[in-house]
Design a protein around this ligand. Structure first.
Ligand code: SAM
Length: 293
């Protein structure tokens, strides 16, 4: 019997370790204009997508990240109508955002059309309902260019990007966050994919410091995603409305009921509130994140 192939996540090579995944079947592999893309079947995690050697999404645990990146900003805001996703080509977050009937328009700006095309084939559970929804607008563009030019204004911006390498690098820059702020309505919120604090503390500190140059409130919230190896994943949080992240559980529960209490597998009002209670080592990374003048 032929030896099974194993695919390694190389994101933490500089830290001297790799996660390797046994491959039942490679479903799709290509070098796109922007990045190396491989989709394969794993015996436990199911379909797994890797971009440039970093795990993006798995069928088994995607719900945790997708729900926390969408329901936390939207239930904290309470009346977000105009929502922007930067990246997110697999449409997993878009599918969660569109569960909020209060959302009038959702625009997704993805740089790599190959990710969307292949997600239509391999993640129809996300792309089908999303592309069938009249509120959804798909734009192929560099997120940096889009927020620097758009006349639109948003109540929530969700940056579901790759790591700060290749095309994703600019999405962790001061000029990107400043351009995001430019197209945010009063009381709007910005959330960002911000790495794993245990292995990527500088990435988190650097983003929070940049948030604090621009916004009254800059911090993060956390959730543990098994295939984003390293314990908690940090999701960056920036807003000029300091009250948003202190929205009481009672208010979150009432908003959830008003939104039709759609099914979730990770997000609850209590988990939402608790996600901002940071473990001390992560709180220290955030506390020490000072904007350099
Ligand atoms: N959840 C995943 C994670 O945490 O690593 C990210 C998933 S999503 C697939 C990331 C998307 O960001 C990719 O489809 C990639 O093409 C897109 N992306 C990277 N850089 C971008 C840029 N500058 N503008 C817009 N999209 C970008």
């Amino acid at each position: 019997m032929a030896e099974k192939r194993w695919i390694a996540e190389t994101l933490f090579d500089d830290l001297g370790f790799r996660m390797s995944y046994q491959v039942d079947k490679v479903l799709y592999e290509m070098q796109t204009e922007h990045q190396h893309l491989v989709l394969f079947e794993h015996p436990f995690f199911g379909k797994m997508l890797m971009l440039d050697g970093a795990t993006q999404i798995t069928k088994r645990d995607e719900f945790i990240y997708q729900e926390m990146m969408s329901h936390v900003p939207l239930f904290a805001h309470g009346q977000a109508r105009e929502v922007l996703i930067i990246g997110g080509g697999d449409c997993g977050i878009a599918e969660e955002v569109l569960k909020h009937k209060s959302v009038k328009r959702l625009t997704q700006v993805e740089i790599d059309p190959a990710v969307i095309e292949f997600s239509k084939e391999h993640f129809p559970e996300f792309t089908k309902p999303v592309f069938a929804d009249k509120r959804f607008e798909s734009v192929i563009d560099d997120g940096m260019k889009y927020v620097a030019r758009t006349e639109r204004r948003f109540d929530a911006i969700i940056v579901d990007s790759t790591d700060p390498q290749g095309p994703g690098k600019v999405l962790f820059s001061q000029k990107f966050y400043a351009a995001c702020k430019r197209c945010m309505n009063k009381g709007a919120v910005l959330v960002t994919q911000n790495g794993v604090p245990m292995f990527q503390p500088n990435e988190l500190a650097s983003s929070v410091a940049k948030f604090r140059r621009l916004f009254a409130d800059g911090t993060c919230y956390v959730a543990a995603i098994p295939t984003y190896v390293g314990g908690h994943m940090a999701m960056g949080w920036a807003s000029d409305d300091r009250r948003l992240r202190q929205t009481p559980v009672k208010t979150l529960a009432a908003r959830y009921r008003k939104a039709g209490a759609f099914s979730t597998r990770y997000w609850t009002p209590e988990v939402h509130a608790a996600a901002f209670a940071l473990p001390r080592f992560t709180a220290d990374v955030v506390a020490e994140a000072r904007p350099r003048r």
